[in-house]
Structures are given as C-alpha cells and as structure tokens.
Design a protein around this ligand. Structure first.
Ligand SMILES: NC(=O)C1=CN([C@@H]2O[C@H](COP(=O)(O)OP(=O)(O)OC[C@H]3O[C@@H](n4cnc5c(N)ncnc54)[C@H](O)[C@@H]3O)[C@@H](O)[C@H]2O)C=CC1
Length: 598
C-alpha cells in the first residue's frame, strides 16, 4: 500500500498502535478467547447455571428457520421482476457469505435474492412485497434488489424476539458476554475481505475504504467485548454503618437506526456497546444500503448470541417510526440527518425513551500559516473526500490564513485532480460512486448554486463517466475545490454530503473562531498549526464535539464521538458510550433500626 493508502488507513483508525499485541495474536489465529479484558472481578458462572441458549457460546450453531420463507420478488436488471420461491426457500437460511454470488461479488454482478430481515435467529422474508423500493448498485445504476418494508406486525415480532433474548442475555456475566462478542469480532476479521466487497457493491465507496470500515467494525466489537466485564457500580458509605451501592444495568431492547454511508460500521458502533452492556437490539439500516447488516446478524448468531439478540428490520421512515413508537423499546440510537433526528427525538419523547442522536455537520478546518503545509493539504483532502465526501464529520469549511492561501490552493487542487475515480472494487480507485442518482444531482446542484453565488470552481464538480462501459450508469462525479467562498453562501452553510471543499481566507485567530462557530452544527472541527498553545486554545474555543489537531478524520473506536448543538446528543465509541446503553440503579442498605417520624 502506497503512502496515501497508508495515510488513509491511519487516518481512519487502523493504526499500528490500535493493532495491539492482542489483535496481532488474534490475526495469527491465537486470539480466540485469550483476551484479558481489563480488570473484571466478577466470578464466571459455571456452565450449568448458564441459560440453555448460551450453553456453548463459541460453538457454530446450525441455523433454524423460525419462519420458513415463502416467496418474494427481486429484479435482475432494470425493471425485470423475477419470482422466486422454493429454491430460495431452501437457500434462504444458508449464511449469505456462503452463497456463490456473495463469495464472488464483483461490480455489476450481484443480485440479491435472499430475505434481508432477520429476527428470532433467522432471516425472514417480507410479508408485503408490494410495499417495496428498488435498491441500486451505485457504481452501475443497476437494481440490486427490491426491498420490501417491514410493517407493524413484523416490527412487533422483531421487538418481541429481542425482548425474549434480552431476558437471557442480561443474566450473563460481562465476561461471558465479552467472550461471545470476541468470537463475533474474530469471525468478522476472518471474513473481512468478502464483507468489504459486498459493502462496496451496495454503497459505492472504494474497496480500500470499505476494508478499513470492516476493520473498524471488528475492532469496535473487540473493544466492547473487553469493556463488558469491567461494568461496575460504586459503593457509598452512609452514617451509622449503612451504605448504598449502584448497579449499572442494561436498558432492555434498544433500537438502532442507521445512515447509508457506513452501513456495516454504524451497525457495529451501535450494537457492540449495546450488547456488551446486556441489551438486545433491533436495527434498521438505511433502505439504500440494506445488504451487509444481515451478515452482521448472521455472524452474531454464529458467535453464539441467543436467537433474537440482534435483529434486522428493513424499511424506511414508516418502519423507523414504528420502531420509535413501540412500547417495548427502551432506547433509540439514531444516525442520520438533523430533520429526521428531530422527528426521532419527538417520537421517542412520547414514550420517554432515551435517545442518542448522531446527526449531520458542517465542520470547520482551520489552517494557520505556521502549519506544516504538506500535512495541512493532506489533512484537508482527508477531511473532504473520504466516501465521496459523504461523511458527517467532514471538515468542509476550510479556513486558510491569507498568507498561505495561494500555495495551499495550488497543492490541494493538484492532488484533488489526481484522485483516481472509477470501479470501486479496483485496488487503485480512491473515489467510487455516490450513493444514488438524487444524491449526485443534489451535490452537483450545490456546485452550480455556489458558482451563481460567486464561488470559483478550481477543479471538479462535474459528472464523471468512467471508460469502463459497465460503469456508464454509475453515480460518479469529480471531486471539487471551491475558491472565493463566503460564509453566507449556501455551499458554506449547508451540509452538501458530497466531494465538495469550500475554501475561505482568514486573517486572525479571533476572527476565524467567530466564523467557525457561526453555525447551528457542532459535530467536528480541525486545526493545523505548529504553535502548541494556539492549537489547544483553538480546540477549547471551537464549539464542536471533536477537534482534530494536525490531522483530520482520525476517528478511533477507543475515542468518544458525538456532536454539539444540532449535530446530536450523546456519544458513540470509547468508554463514554456505556452511559448511554445502561441505567444506574441505587440500592440503599440500612444497617441499624428504622428512625420513624410517625
Ligand atoms: N453524526 C454521525 O455519526 C453521522 C451522521 N450522518 C448524517 O446522516 C445524513 C445522511 O444519511 P441519510 O440516510 O440520508 O439520513 P436520513 O435522516 O434520511 O435517514 C437516516 C435513517 O433514518 C431513517 N428514517 C427516515 N425517516 C425516519 C423517520 N421518520 N423515523 C425513523 N427513521 C427514519 C432512514 O430510513 C435511515 O435509516 C447526513 O445528514 C449525515 O450528516 C451520517 C453518518 C454519520
């Protein structure tokens, strides 16, 4: 892997320091069950007191069809519907990754015929194929499958199966839960290449990035497997020898609702801490990227979670809303746009459910003239062009101190023009396709609007048609750098969610801080400078949940991530997330006699 690939890998969290001795051991096939996750003091239950479903958590269990599949339809080409019934019925419960079409997924070849819902430990075909939407392959524009949405009855079944599993799972020690999660992490690591290929076909991002996403997914699960045995409360002394203690308890059935830009990774970010804390989860992916989540469900099952502990319901707004309203759901963790996040919060409030909201952003990246310019340029590219610019925490408002603006622009434009765009499954590709035709049109519309408002396009911002004929219908565009931008322009104020960098000059620290904070968003921020005091002063004064100093998008599973202001509520990753998937019970113990006032 070249310097840029290595840089991207580091920036995305797969750094040598993250590949701890434990994970390196595991890579050599010796990691299984060997981790000594930090300092748990609970005693292991003896096998005979374990719930039956978990008697052999590490064994590969044979799938059972809880609901024998009936039939549904899918398309193999634009508009061509094909019925399938008994053949798929037989295949339906074979893990997806074992099916030949999934083993050899290439651009333009995959047709998804299998049910993508999963609850009670099995894939479940949809009842109502009428209410379905096409799912596209972004690199070709082909229809991958038709996705029926789950209705009220299906959502109810999934939630009830989650609740039944939760009652078993919460009784396990953290050590036991951690052991099952470690096995899930091992399986993902083993099948990483295949999962990444399917992610690329469904999402359009480059294989290099998708591989990192899957690595981050198993690292997340491994990390929370280690944290599970450390969950503990506090002992508080009271007068007269009395005392109180606190217990950190799970919430129950948690709902995860995900966006389409990091389908597998977002599901891991939500499910790993939820399950580690003793909860069950019903997960609804975005209907635009529904395929790989069911693979995660199959892997959890294979690792030994009780049937129903991790479930997948497919669908869009209506299915999501059914989940938010379901009375047996204790918490909703949502990743998506601000407008939908507000609705999720409103719906959850009716049942006084906890929410975590990971929403959009329009993050500032501030580059001072005393920076290491080469690093600042690389940082700006990493801040803008990962996943075709469809990243919530991207630093899309790039403020460059006036003195170095010309050199910065020259270098950033040169490198942006050199980004290889094309078939996302090719190793050399660094920019794949945007998620959908409407998203591509929306992003191109932002560029046009920016030009109308006075911005200058220094490069890109055009539809891109790769030479490979099979990619002609794909949703590609050339990455764009905009100069001459002002804070009041639409491209600077609104989240574009595409490969468009807006660059603006600034003069003083005070001025740039005021401008950087002048937004309703507050997800992330970045600063490049060699002045250590300035770096920390700027970090302190930026109103954002994360500030990167002298790099950008170096998110890691061990570091909390979440937004300020309208970019969200709560955190994902790191130890902080434990607060969001548990509740604290206080137990007060009287050691003397009751002193009654009555
Ligand atoms: N802060 C973060 O961690 C991240 C934030 N995002 C944000 O997500 C957005 C892009 O993702 P999209 O999928 O287009 O967002 P979206 O808000 O349209 O959809 C997100 C999810 O919510 C579901 N949904 C839609 N309406 C719903 C409703 N009424 N009730 C319940 N669920 C509903 C969708 O089906 C999807 O699964 C961007 O704004 C981006 O910034 C994306 C990734 C990470």
């Amino acid at each position: 892997m070249g310097e840029r690939g290595e840089c991207r890998r580091r920036a995305l969290g797969v750094t040598p320091d993250l590949r701890t001795p434990h994970s390196r051991r595991a890579d050599r096939g010796r990691g299984r069950g060997r981790a000594r996750p930090g300092g748990g003091t609970r005693r292991l239950r003896t096998p005979e007191v374990r719930p039956a479903a978990l008697a052999q958590p590490l064994a590969v269990k044979r799938s059972r069809a809880a609901n024998p599949p009936t039939s549904c339809s899918h398309r193999v080409g634009k508009g061509k519907a094909v019925r399938f019934g008994s053949r798929v019925g037989k295949m339906a419960q074979q893990p997806l990754l074992q099916l030949p079409e999934f083993q050899h997924a290439t651009t333009g070849s995959l047709a998804v015929a299998q049910p993508l819902n999963f609850w009670a430990g099995a894939r479940v075909p949809s009842r109502d194929a009428k209410n379905s939407e096409p799912v596209y392959e972004p690199a070709t524009g082909r229809v991958l499958c038709d996705l029926p949405a789950c209705g009220a009855e299906e959502v109810d079944q999934a939630v009830r199966s989650a609740h039944a599993a939760y009652l078993k799972w919460r009784g396990l020690s953290g050590m036991e839960r951690g052991r099952v999660l470690l096995e899930a992490a091992r399986i993902i690591r083993e099948r990483r290449d295949q999962i990444a290929r399917i992610e690329v076909v469904n999402n359009g991002k480059s294989i290099t990035e998708a591989e990192v996403d899957i690595d981050i997914a198993w690292q997340t699960i491994e990390y929370y497997a280690g944290i599970a045995p450390t969950l503990s409360g506090q002992h508080i002394q009271l007068p007269g020898g009395s005392f109180a203690y606190t217990r950190r308890e799970p919430l129950g059935v948690c709902v995860g609702i995900g966006a389409w830009n990091y389908p597998f990774q977002i599901a891991a970010w939500k499910s790993a801490p939820a399950l580690a804390c003793g909860n069950a989860m019903v997960y609804k992916p975005s209907p635009m990227a529904p395929v790989t989540i069911v693979i995660l469900a199959e892997i959890y099952k294979e690792a030994g979670v009780p049937d129903g502990l991790f479930n997948v319901v497919q669908g869009g707004a209506e299915t999501g809303s059914l989940l938010c309203h379901h009375p047996m759901v204790a918490k909703v963790s949502f990743t998506g746009s601000v407008p939908t996040g507000k609705k999720v919060m409103e719906m959850s409030a009716k049942g006084v459910k906890q929410v975590t909201l990971e929403l959009g952003g329009k993050s500032p990246l501030i580059i001072f003239k005393d920076c290491e310019l080469e690093n600042a340029v690389k940082g700006a590219l990493m801040a803008n062009f990962l996943t075709q610019g469809q990243v919530c925490c991207n630093g899309t408002r790039v403020y460059v101190q006036r003195d170095i603006l010309p050199q910065f622009l020259e270098e950033v434009v040169k490198r942006t023009k050199a980004i290889p765009i094309g078939d996302p499954l090719l190793e050399d590709t660094r920019m794949g396709a945007l998620i959908s035709r409407p998203q591509l049109d929306k992003v191109l519309g932002f560029v046009k609007e920016a030009q109308k408002q006075g911005a200058r396009v220094l490069c890109g911002g055009e539809p891109f048609v790769p030479s490979d004929p099979k990619l002609k219908g794909g949703y590609f565009m050339s990455p764009c750098v905009l100069d001459n931008c002002r804070d009041d322009m639409t491209c600077v104020k609104e989240e574009i969610f595409g490969p468009v960098m807006s660059v603006m000059p600034f003069d003083t620290e005070e001025e740039v801080l005021q401008r950087a904070n002048n937004t309703t968003f507050g997800l992330a921020s970045g600063v490049f400078t060699r002045d250590v005091a300035r770096a920390h002063r700027v970090a302190e004064n930026l109103q954002a949940g994360t500030c990167f100093i002298n790099n950008y998008n170096t998110n890691s599973v061990v570091v909390p991530f979440g937004g300020y202001k309208m970019s969200g509520i709560g955190k994902e990753n790191g130890q902080a997330v434990i607060e969001y998937y548990t509740q604290l019970k206080t137990v007060v113990v009287e050691m003397g006699d009751v002193q009654s006032l009555f």
